[in-house]
Design a protein around this ligand. Structure first.
Ligand SMILES: Cc1cc2nc3c(=O)[nH]c(=O)nc-3n(C[C@H](O)[C@H](O)[C@H](O)COP(=O)(O)O)c2cc1C
Length: 329
């Protein structure tokens, strides 16, 4: 079953498997997304390292970068065989590396090619296939560009569309600027939903809290949170109560970390460095007294050779509050 109501965005270098396990401990319901993986990496690279994930992460979607329909189909099948719950195609990333490979946001200008890719993936797998896009690129008229892309991919069998509610400007802006400077246009995404009432539409971009997410759900089927989820992960503790009417998995961040310890110990035993995991914890106690001491302790000691869970335990002991789930909304 395709859960669309709430998800955490694919973010390169951020939403790796350790981050996703951490996020899962704050919300049972969110659909989690991998970082974008190119079809080339999946087909030719070290698949176990690139695609491996922890069983606790479900539901988890694999995001692909690419445009060659055959390669997309092959990669989607590999993802399905690894156990992913959904395949998502990136039609929103604006970096130069991505443009050179003819994928990411520049595909907004090639709806037929995207549709071919979606159709090929649909033929190859039984799990849902979705697309994540922008409202347009450069001088495209978003009224036309977004509708055209949406109709093409839906006709090709896409099960849902995630829309980052701003354009990507492919000439002149860095990827980071392209996440902030082109203006947000939520109404454009609401209009898409009104025009395609039967198609699950998920809105993304600039949403800073679960309370705000809830307001969007009056207009669209789902909300995807990116930076707010990563930078202030404690907000996720209110996702299940606020958006699904279910209790949070844990009452406070300290409980989340306690629940994370066995995973961390297991990863350390497999040779993963503590910092690879603790780097995702920087925002965990945002706004709580002594959060800075927590961050500093992790930054200074988490990178030392042989650093173990006691570094994390000592860092947590520096925080005197129990960040309550109630502050998270
Ligand atoms: C560090 C970082 C990496 C990102 N990497 C990806 C990616 O791999 N694939 C993708 O579709 N979007 C990527 N994005 C964009 C996010 O998925 C999301 O669309 C964007 O950040 C807007 O949502 P937000 O305002 O909630 O963060 C990335 C964003 C950030 C901050």
């Amino acid at each position: 079953m395709l859960q669309t109501r709430f998800s955490i965005a694919p973010m390169m270098d951020w939403t790796d498997r350790h981050c996703r396990v951490f996020h899962r401990l704050m919300t049972r319901r969110a659909k989690l997304y991998t970082e974008m993986l190119t079809t080339g990496a999946i087909i030719h690279g070290d698949r176990a390292r690139l695609l491996g994930f922890d069983a606790s992460e479900h539901p988890v979607a694999l995001q692909l970068g690419g445009s060659n329909p055959r390669d997309l189909a092959t990669s989607a099948k590999i993802g399905e065989d690894f156990g992913y719950d959904e395949i998502n195609l990136n039609v929103g990333c604006p970096s130069d590396r991505v443009k050179d490979g003819r994928f990411g946001a520049c595909l907004m200008a090639e709806p037929e090619l995207v549709a071919e890719g979606v159709a090929a993936m649909k033929r190859a797998v039984n799990i849902p296939v979705t697309v994540k896009c922008r409202i347009g690129i450069d001088d495209q008229d978003p009224e036309v560009a977004l509708d055209t892309l949406a109709r093409s991919i839906i006709a090709a069998g896409s099960d849902a569309l995630v829309v980052h509610a701003r354009k990507a400007w492919l000439n002149g802006l860095s990827p980071k600027q392209n996440r902030d400077i082109p203006p947000l246009d939520y109404d454009r995404v609401y209009r898409l939903k009104a025009a395609l009432p039967d198609v699950p539409i998920i809105i993304n971009g600039g949403i800073t809290s679960i309370a705000e997410a809830k307001r969007h759900l009056k207009h669209v089927d789902g909300v995807m949170l990116g930076r707010a989820a990563y930078q202030e992960p404690w907000r996720l503790l209110s996702a299940d109560p606020e958006l699904f009417g279910e209790p949070a998995p844990h009452a406070a961040m300290k409980d989340v970390f306690e629940a994370m310890m066995p995973y961390i110990e297991d990863q350390l035993a497999h040779g993963i460095r503590l910092h690879s995991m603790t780097r995702h914890f920087v925002g965990a106690f945002h706004g709580v007294p002594r959060a800075r001491a927590f961050r500093r302790h992790l930054a200074e000691n988490g990178v030392k050779p042989g650093a173990g869970v006691n570094v994390l335990r000592d860092a947590i002991a520096l925080v005197d509050d129990r960040a309550p789930a109630s502050m998270a909304a």
